[in-house]
Design a protein around this ligand. Structure first.
Ligand code: SIN
Ligand code: FE
Length: 290
C-alpha cells in the first residue's frame, strides 16, 4: 500500500472541492498519511528564539500546551506566555485545517493537546516502551479512549533544512492479526482497580487493553521491528502531515523541531467506521470490545 497521499493544499483554511475532500477523508480513514508538502507554520521574528532545545525544563521530552499554559518548559513568565501564544496559534491553524478538510466530523471533534518538540529525536534504548523510534500505534496508558480516534496534525518547523524522518509500517489489520494471538484478556476486576487507584482516568475498556498491548508487543519485538514491511518517509521543513496515529504504524527516526496538535474523533462520526481500529479488532476477535 502506498502510505502517503500527497496534497497541494497550501493554506490552513483552503478552498477544497467536494471531490478532493472525499479523496482526502477516504485516504485518512483507510490508514494513509495525508501529506501537505507546501503547508508551513511560520514563527514571527521574535518567536524564532524558541528554536532551541534549551526551553525544555528536563521533566519531559516535549513542551505541551494545556489550556493556555505551557508544561515542560522553562523561562521567565513573558517568554512562557509567548511560547503559549505561538503554540495556541498552531493549535488554531491545525484545527482550521481539520475543520476545512473534514467538515463531516463537525461538532463531534474534541480538541486535545498540542505539543512542541524542540529536542532531537533520539534512540532511547533504555526504555523500549517509550522509544518512539520503534514502530507503534499510539495508545495512552492513563487515558482510556473506548475506541475514540487519535487524529494528529504534524508540522516540521526545523530552521536548518532537516527533515523529520519516519518509518511507516504495514496496515493496522495485518499488524493486529500478527500480534492478537499473543494478547491475553484483561484480568477480571483489573480495569475497575486501576480506575479506583487513579492509574487510569475512568475504566479501561477491552479495546484500550488491546491497543496498549499492541503498542507494547510491537515495540518489544525486535525481530518484527527489523523485518516487518516498512517504508522510510522524509518530511522536510515547511511541510505538514495528518494521520490517525492509533491506526498508522509509525516510528520517528530523525529530526528536531516539530509542532503537533491532537484532536479526537468518535468512531460514529467517521465516514467509514468499519475502518476504525475498534471495528477491525472487533471483527478479528468476534465480540464487542467497549
Ligand atoms: C510519535 O508520535 O511516535 C513521534 C512522532 C514524532 O515525534 O515525529
Ligand atoms: Fe506515536
Amino acid at each position: 500500500m502506498q502510505v502517503l497521499l500527497e496534497s497541494f493544499i497550501s493554506a490552513w483554511q483552503a478552498l477544497v472541492s467536494d471531490e478532493d475532500r472525499t479523496t482526502l477523508i477516504d485516504a485518512l480513514e483507510a490508514g494513509k498519511i495525508l501529506y501537505f508538502y507546501s503547508l508551513a507554520f511560520s514563527f514571527s521574528d521574535f518567536e524564532k528564539k524558541f528554536l532551541s532545545p534549551h526551553w525544555l525544563d528536563g521533566s519531559r521530552k516535549n513542551i505541551s500546551l494545556q489550556g493556555d499554559t505551557v508544561r515542560g518548559a522553562r523561562g521567565d513568565e513573558s517568554d512562557l506566555q509567548q511560547l503559549a501564544t505561538m503554540m495556541s496559534r498552531f493549535a488554531g491553524q491545525a484545527t482550521q485545517l481539520v475543520q476545512t478538510l473534514f467538515p463531516q466530523y463537525g461538532e463531534q471533534l474534541r480538541t486535545a493537546r498540542t505539543s512542541y518538540r524542540p529536542a532531537r529525536v533520539t534512540h532511547r534504548k533504555a526504555s523500549w516502551r517509550k522509544d518512539d523510534s520503534r514502530l507503534h500505534v499510539d495508545a495512552f496508558p492513563s487515558r482510556p479512549s473506548h475506541g475514540e480516534r487519535i487524529l494528529r496534525v504534524f508540522t516540521n518547523v526545523n530552521p536548518h533544512g532537516e527533515a523529520r524522518v519516519w518509518q511507516a509500517g504495514e496496515s493496522f489489520a495485518d499488524a493486529a492479526q500478527h500480534f492478537l494471538p499473543r494478547i491475553r484478556k484483561p484480568l477480571p476486576g483489573s480495569a475497575a482497580l486501576m480506575a479506583a487507584l487513579g492509574i487510569t482516568k475512568g475504566k479501561r475498556s477491552e479495546y484500550d487493553h488491546i491497543m496498549l498491548h499492541l503498542h507494547d508487543e510491537m515495540k518489544a519485538d525486535s525481530e518484527y521491528q527489523r523485518c516487518a514491511q516498512q517504508q522510510r518517509i522524509e518530511f522536510p521543513p515547511g511541510t505538514t502531515w495528518v494521520c490517525f496515529s492509533d491506526q498508522v504504524l509509525h516510528a520517528a527516526l530523525e529530526g528536531q523541531y516539530l509542532l503537533e496538535h491532537t484532536v479526537h474523533v468518535p468512531v460514529s462520526a467517521q465516514q467509514h467506521p468499519e475502518c476504525s481500529p475498534l471495528h477491525m479488532l472487533e471483527n478479528l476477535i468476534g465480540r464487542q470490545l467497549t
